[in-house]
Design a protein around this ligand. Structure first.
Ligand code: ADE
Length: 255
């Protein structure tokens, strides 16, 4: 997979390829990361890339020409079709379904806005999709681009050590992930839920599914509302709710 990031801060975005899973995947050649700084095509001695907004108001707006020139250079560097994505707070909220779709594309270009935003005409002419990484305002799209790259790269075959890891992630089945525990068996007076210690695969999977359903119900009912639970899941969730009621305020050693 190839990412092209159009950004005034290429060094910032490039660090995504320096660490952890995304670092190792870059070394393995599972993806390529190219950056394009529109400043190169900025006007005048100061290589300006922004100007004051028509209609007045605070801040500056990124101009059409330097961004269009950066995109042209990117297309000349590799003429294959590319999906152009802008990171802005006005975009749709990024979710795992969108990430999965991007990870299945051979090429994605990520356009990072700064200042008050990007001239709308550039978005209309050049951008296929706009995405946001959450309902808050960042100082630019770079962190959003890095988030999107990270989330995609870990889905690329071979990126994760354990082949099942990505399929068991939160959101993959539309649910939050279940809790995880590791040694020691007791820490700070807290134990590990009994089913996880049985070595009984089916029992462990049942417990994990119940906890994933229960957590999603408690923490993200919006996710649960979008799912059509089968009878087994509905029964597991009922069981979770009952246990919650009976153990309210008490220990959770059920289980
Ligand atoms: N740029 C500024 N804020 C953003 C956000 N929330 N998501 C994506 N890009 C942004």
């Amino acid at each position: 997979m190839r990412f092209d990031v159009i950004t005034l801060f290429p060094e910032m975005v490039a660090t995504v390829a320096d660490f952890g899973i995304t670092g190792r995947a870059a070394e393995q050649g599972l993806y390529e990361l190219h950056t394009w700084n529109p400043r190169r095509w900025g006007a005048g001695v100061h290589q300006a890339v922004d100007d004051r907004p028509y209609g007045g108001g605070p801040g500056m707006v990124m101009q059409y020409a330097p961004l269009a020139a950066a995109l042209t250079a990117m297309r000349q560097d590799d003429p294959r079709p590319v999906r152009v994505v802008a990171l802005t707070p006005q975009g749709r909220p990024l979710d795992q379904a969108a990430v999965r779709r991007f990870a299945g594309l051979p090429r994605v270009a990520l356009l990072c806005g700064r200042y008050e935003g990007i001239d709308e005409r550039l978005l209309e002419a050049e951008v296929d999709e706009e995405w946001s990484i959450g309902d808050y305002v960042l100082s630019g799209g770079e962190l959003g681009a890095m988030v999107l790259i990270d989330a995609c790269v870990r889905l690329l075959p071979g990126a994760l050590g354990h082949a099942d890891s990505a399929t068991q992630d939160s959101f993959t089945g539309g649910l939050l992930d279940c809790p995880h525990y590791t040694r020691p068996e007791v820490v700070a007076g807290r134990g590990v839920p009994a089913p996880l210690l049985t070595g009984h695969h089916a029992q462990i999977e049942r417990w994990r599914r119940r906890e994933a359903l229960g957590r999603t119900w408690e923490r993200r009912p919006d996710l649960l509302a979008g799912l059509n639970l089968g009878p087994e899941d509905a029964a597991l969730l009922d069981e979770y709710r009952c246990l919650r009621k009976t153990s309210a305020g008490g220990s959770n050693s059920d289980d």
